[in-house]
Design a protein around this ligand. Structure first.
Ligand code: PLP
Length: 404
């Protein structure tokens, strides 16, 4: 008896959508690295390339102390927690990490999650109820957007979006919601596609005026902004003024994975009691927790890494400008160069890679139509020689494509 193999309807649909992604040039091809993350990596099929597209802002992902701490934790605690936290999946290394994260960002307490994505899902979906409201900046990260959607579905809270960084719009929306029991405002500290910094002093003032709770996702600011890398609040001299901070351990703080919520003891305790991503999912593997803890300690002992990062970013931005490019102005190590159409951004990125420099191109729908870009991310681990080699590639490819 013979059976004719027929693709099921789901595979058929996905197959034709994937074909469409390829046809329209938005299909993502993964680049496989064969070495540790760093300013220069070995990329399969390419050899050595300079990385200008990782969030390894402080260069700590291969820092010997960070790697050694992970290995030691593997020996001491084994591979993993084998349980969710409140049953028997919490190790002393989790407590030590949480104390360090709270100390770093200047809050009473913190609670770790397996990702900042999970932390962002946990905050509105656990802390709000149906009498409450959450307002989210229009350009917030996808994890905040989905966290807010989830909160609406779970808690029946009211949700809204305010125009990007538009304090007048936020003021009106908070005013209109004055009957709500809790009003929560969520913003990125640093907006990752632009490298723009949230207007924290204005946001704090407005939230105080309306008795609203301010949540700042500092994933691109922890280890990056402020004289000692304590984040957006330190940048503005406002450590202690943000009600709830969420951040990732997957970027400047070692780059492995994980995230945290930092806030009052009450907020963190309530999340421990009720946050579903905590209650029903294992905690960070102890190796990852130990590496992240070592990264926080390294940062505290070496604030000079933050100033090197700042100097490198300033140098790269200025040099790009002197070549004739027009990177978005800013103070962060995220340096986007807007080029217009998605296909052009992808071409620029491909040609730079052919020249040994890896910079990702972003197009619609990740960024608005017509504002496709390549986004350079600078690290403290880049030497001037790395940056100069990358700039030489930008000059060569930019001239070839008629950009400069
Ligand atoms: N929030 C922001 C602003 C981010 O850029 C990211 C990651 O890209 C996340 C949250 C998610 O972080 P994680 O990788 O820890 O889930």
């Amino acid at each position: 008896m013979s059976h004719t193999l027929k693709a099921n309807p789901l595979d058929q649909r996905l197959g034709s959508e994937l074909e469409e992604f390829r046809r329209t040039g938005v299909y993502k091809r993964l680049n496989f690295l064969d070495s540790a993350q760093g300013p220069v990596v070995r990329m399969e099929g390419r050899g050595e390339v300079i990385i200008l597209s990782s969030n390894n802002y402080l260069g700590l992902s291969a820092q010997p102390e960070v790697v050694a701490a992970g290995k030691a934790a593997l020996d001491r605690f084994g591979a993993g927690t084998a349980s969710v936290r409140f049953i028997c999946g919490t190790f002393t290394i989790h407590r030590a990490l949480e104390q360090a994260c709270a100390r770093l960002v200047g809050t009473e307490a913190s609670l770790s999650f397996v990702s900042c994505w999970n932390a962002n899902e946990a905050v509105p979906g656990t802390l709000l109820g149906e009498d409450d409201l959450v307002l989210s900046d229009q350009l917030n990260h996808a994890s905040i957007i989905d966290g807010v959607r989830l909160a609406k579905a779970i808690t029946k809270c009211q949700t809204g979006v305010y125009q990007h960084a538009d304090l007048a719009d936020l003021d009106l929306k908070l005013q209109a919601a004055r009957d709500r029991r809790v009003r929560m405002v969520i913003t990125d500290g640093v907006f990752s596609m632009e490298g723009a910094i949230a207007k924290l002093p204005d946001l704090v003032e407005l939230c105080r005026k309306h008795h609203a709770v301010l949540v700042v996702d500092d994933s691109h600011a922890t280890g990056v902004l402020g004289a000692t890398g304590r984040g957006t609040a330190e940048h503005f001299g406002m450590v202690g003024d943000v009600d709830i901070i969420t951040s990732t351990l997957g970027k400047a703080l070692g780059g492995a994975a994980g995230g945290f919520v930092a806030s009052s003891a009450a907020v963190c305790d309530y999340l421990t009691q009720r946050a579903r991503p905590q209650l029903f999912s294992n905690a960070l593997p102890p190796t990852v927790a130990a590496s992240a803890l070592a990264a926080v300690e390294y940062l505290e002992a070496h604030p000079d890494r933050v100033s090197t990062l700042r100097d490198n970013a300033q140098y790269f931005r200025e040099q790009l400008r002197s070549l004739g490019f027009q990177p978005l102005p800013g103070e962060t190590p995220i340096v986007p160069v807007i080029v217009g159409e998605t296909a052009f951004a992808i071409r620029l990125s491909n040609e730079l890679l052919d020249d040994g420099v890896f910079v990702t191109g972003f197009g619609f729908p990740v960024v608005p139509q017509g504002q496709a870009r390549v986004r350079c991310q600078i690290s403290a681990a880049h030497t001037r020689e790395h940056l100069d080699r990358a700039l030489a590639a930008f000059r060569k490819v930019g001239q070839r494509l008629g950009l400069i």
